[in-house]
Design a protein around this ligand. Structure first.
Ligand code: ADP
Length: 559
């Protein structure tokens, strides 16, 4: 097997040295042209008949220019030009001619096949014709390159739009074969100890053989494109045995992650320009494959999380249902014992009842979440004075505030703020925020509750500074001009900034509160969030660790 490293493509301007194939059956003419071209710094290869010229075009490629007589033994110079163009669409061609063959030549010139030089010519005329033809080649090469780059861009867009790995792999091989037409293409994604090497084949009936695999391995090891020739075929496609190949490694973030192998039975199927484009495509493909891989991982993780979420919801539903009946039995008998006893027994029964009440609080929270999950939360709206609602919440929680010697300050505007809403749900929200403020504020601290009317701009600014939660994200859509805002401000332990978005998640508790010092199940704020959504409002938190928190609950005001 022979491996040739693929050299970068040389671009020829009109003044850079060129490789020229001179073909004329007159040895004197060949020698004169060769001398002139060599003197101008070009490299000349000569042939005196069509067969050896064709052989040279194939075996000694690449050439920049073909300088051929119009009449050659075996075929015309124009036929030779045609063959040369098939091998390299950008090769420059200058046909030397006598006046007699001008008609056919004119036709070729018009079709852009060749430039011409009429014999006899001066040395200077020869130089000028060569320079002009090389300049044209340069322009043609540029335009072919541009076209190839455009196609590359299209390939890149197509690849980046696909997130399914299998479909992406197939698209990569198909696009590689579109850039570099050949009998078969293979995409080999390097395996590891856990994952086997993957091979994607185009067309599907093609097979990659041992020599082909070895060629790929060589290219991956070398980390660069290799042109491969072998006596034994690298691959087969139908009845074709493919002995020539081009292997290009795929890279992602500088790492070789696989290779593309294109195979054909023509030695010259990969022009240097096409090889370069394929190397660029391989880089894009490597990155696209990596992205698809990351997306697949993300998708799996997302599905696992969704399943976990479903299990959590199911647990809430089952647990709340299963706990309710035994809990009411426990509470019923505890109450009976308490009411029918005195002294120590009465006190024990009261403690049992207090504990059971706390369990009931959690079970009630779970039931509420279950109803919210199933969209079974019933709404019964009525015009409600929010000031009264806030006062009611304060009154209910006054005993626990007193127990902790907290100063509770209530500030509501004189003019009643009436909102059309479900008062029970709003009371639950305010009650939860107030209960938390009391729970997370050490003895001697204070809790201030204010009710206010805010214009939308003020709300938008305040919410804009807060960390996100589902109610904040929803705010972007609707813009009522005014809001009623209940703020619950405490001088408690505060919440670290990086946890402020997560406290609204179910079961989430800030790490230090996990010491169980404060109790709770981490469901209160999740319910607050869901209820606020139902009420069409927004809830957010501003807090500083160690200094206190302010939870705000805003409801849109009708005009
Ligand atoms: P819990 O039942 O644990 O209070 P919540 O969902 O109501 O559950 O609150 C979640 C967590 O957010 C609490 O465990 C606590 O860590 C934090 N938190 C809530 N309110 C406050 C507050 N006012 N001050 C400090 N931390 C708070």
């Amino acid at each position: 097997m022979t491996y040739d490293p693929v050299a970068p493509v040389a671009q020829h301007g009109s003044s850079t040295p060129a490789r020229v194939l001179i073909v004329d059956d007159d040895p004197t003419m060949v020698a004169l042209c060769a001398r002139t071209l060599t003197a101008a710094g070009h490299e000349a290869v000569v042939a005196t008949d069509t067969a050896s010229a064709l052989e040279a075009l194939r075996a000694q490629a690449p050439f920049d220019l073909l300088l051929a007589d119009i009449q050659l033994p075996g075929a015309s110079g124009l036929e030779l030009a045609q063959a040369a163009r098939e091998l390299d669409p950008a090769i420059a061609v200058v046909i030397m001619t006598g006046h007699s063959s001008m008609d056919t030549l004119h036709a070729s010139v018009r079709r852009g096949v060749a430039d011409y030089l009429t014999k006899p010519f001066e040395i200077d005329e020869l130089r000028t014709a060569i320079d002009q033809a090389l300049h044209k080649r340069h322009l043609l090469q540029e335009s072919l390159r541009m076209r190839a780059l455009e196609q590359l861009l299209q390939s890149s867009e197509a690849m980046n739009a696909i997130l399914d790995r299998e479909q992406l792999a197939r698209t990569i091989v198909q696009h590689a074969r579109a850039h570099l037409p050949c009998h078969a293409g293979f995409l080999i994604i390097a395996g590891s100890t856990d994952t086997p090497t993957e091979v994607v084949t185009d067309p599907e009936h093609a097979s990659l053989l041992a020599s082909g695999r070895e060629a790929v391995a060589q290219s991956i090891r070398a980390g660069r494109p290799l042109a491969v020739r072998d006596e034994t075929p690298l691959a087969t496609a139908g009845e074709h045995s493919l002995t020539h190949g081009l292997a290009v490694p795929l890279r992602s973030r500088g790492e070789v992650v696989g290779a593309i192998l294109l195979c054909d039975n023509r030695p010259d199927f990969a022009s240097p320009g096409a090889q370069e484009i394929l190397a660029l495509l391989a880089n894009q493909a490597g990155n696209a494959l990596r992205n698809a891989h990351l997306y697949a991982e993300l998708d799996t993780a997302f599905k696992a999380l969704r399943e976990l979420d479903r299990l959590k919801s199911e647990f809430i539903a089952i647990a709340s249902h299963e706990l309710r009946s035994p809990l009411s039995i426990v509470m019923g008998y505890a109450r009976m014992v308490r009411d029918r006893s005195d002294g120590e027994l009465h006190a024990y029964a009261q403690r049992m009842l207090d504990g059971a009440e706390r369990i009931k609080g959690i079970v009630d929270d779970m039931m509420r979440l279950r109803d919210l999950d199933r969209n079974q939360a019933r709404m019964s709206t009525a015009p409600t004075a929010l000031g009264d609602l806030v006062a009611q919440a304060v009154e209910r929680l006054a005993p626990s505030a007193q127990q902790k010697q907290l100063a509770v300050d209530l500030r509501v505007p004189e003019a009643p703020l009436v909102v059309e809403l479900d008062p029970d749900k709003a009371l639950l929200v305010i009650g939860n925020l107030l209960a938390n403020a009391i729970k997370f504020t050490p003895a001697g601290g204070s809790v201030t509750i204010t009710l206010d009317r805010w214009p939308h701009e003020r709300l938008a600014t305040a919410v804009g500074r807060a960390t996100s939660n589902p109610t904040v994200r929803r705010l972007k859509g609707a813009i009522p001009p005014e809001w009623a805002v209940v703020r619950v401000e405490d001088t408690g332990i505060g919440i670290p900034r990086d946890q402020q978005a997560r406290i609204f998640d179910r079961f989430y508790q800030v790490a230090s509160s996990l010491t169980r010092e404060h109790g709770g199940a981490g469901l209160g704020l999740a319910i607050v969030c869901d209820l606020t959504t139902l009420l069409g409002g927004v809830v957010w938190v501003e807090s500083e660790e160690g200094r206190g928190s302010t939870f705000s609950f805003a409801l849109p005001l009708g005009r």
